[in-house]
Design a binder for this molecule. Structure first.
Ligand code: FEO
Ligand code: CA
Ligand code: CA
Ligand code: CA
Length: 513
């Protein structure tokens, strides 16, 4: 391949080769600006940009493609934020730092006259949302016994990927919450939810329990043919399920943010890929399953029938202990479902199954779901393996996905850095960003667009509306560092800096203007 058209307006790029360099490498003609990096001051109150940058969402201000709010998720902290953790136990100071640096940042960004993207720290919108920010629960588990009768939660953390809603808010997903909840002695059932924030309104902070509690990766919102809202979600764990939520009410554009109530009243479904059915994850259905005296807990579910009947007494219990309920109802375990995106061209649904070494699925694959009658509200579907990772397709361990307007899927990879110098790393080297056409002669074949610095994964690809800018996070560069005097990465290589900093870059060069 001598180059590939990336989208209608952008011209071509020459794919790059895998690399072990401690740099963010891009094709010829493209450049990046570091918009914000870990610990940068983001506003006049002196709040700091968090650690573990993941999901990005850009919200234009006054319709601009070069000025807006950028929302970034902060998934976890590491040695560069906390210092070394002795004997696996955080000190009180480290626990507080870990709550502070996780969560989300809202920052104001713009492209200046020289074409450089920058953060505006005088912004009235810029703020942190973190492990101390108060959230309100909504939906069936709000105030329920499973949540210790709480209607509010302290903070959000482990914010992995997310999604935007039709009403201009952000859904952010709490993924691997246990470690932080345990270290902080916070109630574990208050985490593992989908949270909603409004970048333009700091007082709007919700945790939607109707969407279930598990290791949430992201959300992909679409509309059923009849106007109900559909949200696809993956549970990023080995042998976990793919879900979709369908609201009871219909989306009404004129009602703006009050459409958020659609996320409090609806039905959660889990996918059974064997028979192509979406199964309702409801208390009613589970009670029926458990009423069978011959019931035996399936693999991955602990407890006798009596114990399970005691654990599950309401829809609140079902959404709170969602994975086990879904498995008992016939949800199919899959190979770590990460990001999900709905194709804007044909309503098919793309799911990254990143890998599952327990089943020998080392390189992962991307599944594509075809809903019956092309209706996202359908309860029956068919599917194909759209692309399997490995040498032939050119990528391994797919994670976040994004579409461009030409129907290319942009895919970042998450090859575990613990596999360094072993088989997968030898071929694929540092994690990267790949472009995979979903139609045409190169369908399913990955072309490498970016290679990340050492030990990092690239996360959160998000295009500005005109597709002239791609926002991208560089997460956990140098994560294998055990001795701060010998960091394995120094990205972004700021003068005089002795640590690696995760952060967000703006990539330009898609149109030569
Ligand atoms: Fe946080 Fe599933 O990646
Ligand atoms: Ca991910
Ligand atoms: Ca995505
Ligand atoms: Ca991952």
């Amino acid at each position: 391949l001598f180059g590939y058209r990336t989208n209608k307006v952008s011209g071509y790029f020459d794919p790059i080769e895998p690399s072990k360099a401690d740099e963010l490498l891009l094709p010829k003609g493209f450049k990046y600006d570091v918009v914000a990096a870990f610990d940068d001051v983001i506003n006049e109150a002196g709040e700091k940009f968090g650690q573990g940058s993941d999901y990005n969402a850009f919200f234009p201000i006054d319709g601009s493609n070069v000025h807006g709010l950028l929302v970034n998720n902060h998934e976890y902290t590491n040695i560069f934020g906390l210092g070394p953790i002795v004997d696996g136990k955080m000190t009180q100071e480290q626990t507080e730092k870990s709550l502070y640096y996780q969560g989300m940042s809202v920052i104001e960004v713009f492209r200046d006259e020289s074409g450089t993207w920058k953060m505006d720290t005088s912004s009235k919108y810029a703020r942190r949302i973190n492990g101390f920010t108060k959230f309100e629960f909504t939906g069936p588990a709000n105030g329920a016994a499973a949540l210790n009768n709480a209607s509010t939660a302290q903070g959000t953390f482990a914010n992995c990927s997310g999604g935007v809603t039709f009403w201009n808010t952000v859904l952010s997903c709490e993924e691997n919450f246990s470690e932080t909840a345990d270290a902080s002695k916070l109630p574990p059932t208050h985490y593992g939810w989908v949270v909603e924030i409004d970048p333009f309104d700091g007082s709007f902070l919700k945790k939607h329990t109707a969407l279930g509690r598990f290791n949430h990766e992201n959300t992909a919102m679409g509309l059923a043919k009849d106007g109900r809202v559909v949200v696809y979600m993956g549970d990023d764990k080995k042998d976990a399920c793919v879900y979709k939520y369908i609201s009871n009410g219909k989306y009404v554009p004129e009602q703006g943010r009050s459409n958020s109530a659609l996320l409090t009243d609806g039905t959660l479904y889990v996918a059974n890929l064997k028979n192509g059915k979406w199964i309702p994850v409801t208390y009613e259905a589970l009670a029926k399953v458990l009423s069978n005296e011959k019931f035996k807990a399936p693999a991955g579910v602990k407890g006798s029938r009596e114990e399970l009947m005691k654990q599950y007494q309401s829809q609140a219990d079902v959404v709170t202990y969602c994975h086990e309920a879904a498995i008992m109802l016939g949800g199919m375990p899959t190979d770590r479902p990460e990001d999900i995106e709905i194709s804007p061209f044909d309503n098919t649904v793309f799911i990254s199954h990143t890998n599952n070494d327990a089943h020998g699925n080392i390189h992962g694959h991307i599944t594509r779901i075809f809903e019956l009658d092309n209706d996202l509200g359908s309860l029956e579907f068919d599917f194909e393996i759209f692309a399997a990772g490995g040498r032939q397709s050119g990528f391994s361990s797919p994670d976040n996905l994004a579409f461009d307007s030409s129907g290319n899927l942009w895919v970042v990879t998450d090859i575990s850095s613990s596999s360094h110098n072993q088989g997968v790393y030898k071929s694929f080297m540092n994690n990267g960003l790949f472009v995979i056409p979903t139609a045409g002669p190169s369908k399913g074949i990955a072309m490498q667009f970016a290679s990340g610095p050492k030990d990092c994964e690239l996360t959160g690809p998000f295009f500005a509306p005109d597709e002239n800018t791609l926002f991208l996070s560089v997460q956990h560069p140098g994560e294998n560092t055990t001795d701060l005097s010998k960091p394995t990465s120094l990205w972004p290589h700021r003068a005089g800096d002795a640590k690696a900093r995760c952060g967000v870059v703006a990539i330009s060069g898609f149109r030569f203007n």
